[in-house]
Design a protein around this ligand. Structure first.
Ligand code: HEC
Length: 288
């Protein structure tokens, strides 16, 4: 294989390797960025939902309790879980791709029922009690999303007033939600999880497109560079060497001995031309 072909092959292989590394790195960085952004968003949504829930419990509920008859319970006015869910239902009208859920294995409200993935999150929190949150990529309804989850535990005995024996629960609650589901929870159980889903499919598709564009543009660039290199090697290395070889060949046969070699460059080829020219002069002298 000639010098030219060998150089082009080595450069081509190295170039392709570089492009592959650039493509893969770009894809990974973009995906990491997208996931970091999704995590920030999920924390904002979760913090906002918690604020709604806590506002209800800390500010609104005590005031409402002063205004109503004892023993009455209006979930919309007094339950942080209802407020968080209700606020998010309205938020969702403006941002339908985002999901906030108080996913519960055995809920009062069927719309809070955990699906198979969420049951796994809750079980995982139950087995690892020190785990404060979990997160990752998951496929929901055929598209990839980022999820962030935090455990909900029956950590106050007051929880069991409404979620323990239905007999103890407020009558208003039984009237609204029935007495079939959402009861008989045990103290300190991991009963549910706050789960937020953030869409990532578009960002990941964009990451793929960016990587693909980089690879295609890079491959185009490499082909151009290789073509330029091919012509450069042809003119400044291969052609002069072929000519010198032909000349030296004829000198060795005693032909064209009065035809001097003129070095046109000051590089290694020039040095070789000089050396062969001196050889020709020596040969001419020797023959004389
Ligand atoms: C005064 C009654 C009451 C108390 C006390 C109470 N809850 Fe609830 N809880 C409700 C009602 C009513 C709902 C229904 C929410 C809805 O409609 O989305 C609910 C919903 C929930 C949900 C969502 C799943 C579901 O059942 O629909 C979770 C999880 C939950 N509560 C956990 C707790 C925990 C943990 C505590 C203690 C810190 C607690 N609750 C205290 C009445 C109560």
């Amino acid at each position: 294989m000639g010098i030219r072909m060998r150089s082009i092959l080595v450069m081509g292989v190295l170039g392709l390797l570089a492009i592959a590394v650039i493509g893969i790195t770009s894809y990974k960085l973009s995906v990491n960025n997208a996931l970091a952004e999704a995590k920030t968003k999920s924390n904002i949504i979760l913090n906002y939902a918690m604020a709604t829930k806590n506002y209800m419990a800390q500010v609104q509920k005590p005031l409402v309790q002063e205004l109503i008859e004892k023993d009455r319970f209006y979930p919309e006015l007094m339950s942080g879980f209802v407020a968080a869910r209700g606020t998010f239902d309205i938020f969702k009208q403006a941002s339908p791709d985002y999901v906030f859920k108080q996913a519960t294995i055995d809920p009062l409200n069927p719309s809070n029922r955990a699906d198979a993935d969420e049951i796994e999150f809750i079980k995982n929190f139950d087995q690892n009690r020190s785990l404060k949150s979990s997160e990752g990529r998951i496929t929901k309804n055929g598209t990839e999303v980022f999820y962030f989850a935090q455990p909900i535990r029956t950590d106050k005995s007051s929880c069991l007033t409404c979620h323990g024996d239905p007999y103890d629960a407020p009558k208003d609650q039984i009237e609204i939600y029935g007495d079939e589901t959402g009861y008989n929870w045990k103290m300190n159980d991991t009963v549910a999880a706050f789960v937020v889903y953030i869409p990532t499919a578009a960002a990941i598709a964009a990451a793929k497109n960016l990587a693909l564009t980089l690879v295609l543009v890079g491959a185009g660039g490499i082909v151009m560079i290789l073509l330029i290199l091919w012509f450069f090697l042809d003119r400044s290395v291969v052609l002069p060497i072929v000519q010198l070889a032909e000349k030296t060949e004829s000198f060795s046969l005693g032909e064209q001995l009065n035809d001097p070699i003129v070095a046109t460059s000051k590089d290694e080829i020039g040095a070789l031309s000089h050396a062969i020219e001196r050889l020709r002069i020596s040969l001419v002298k020797l023959l004389q």
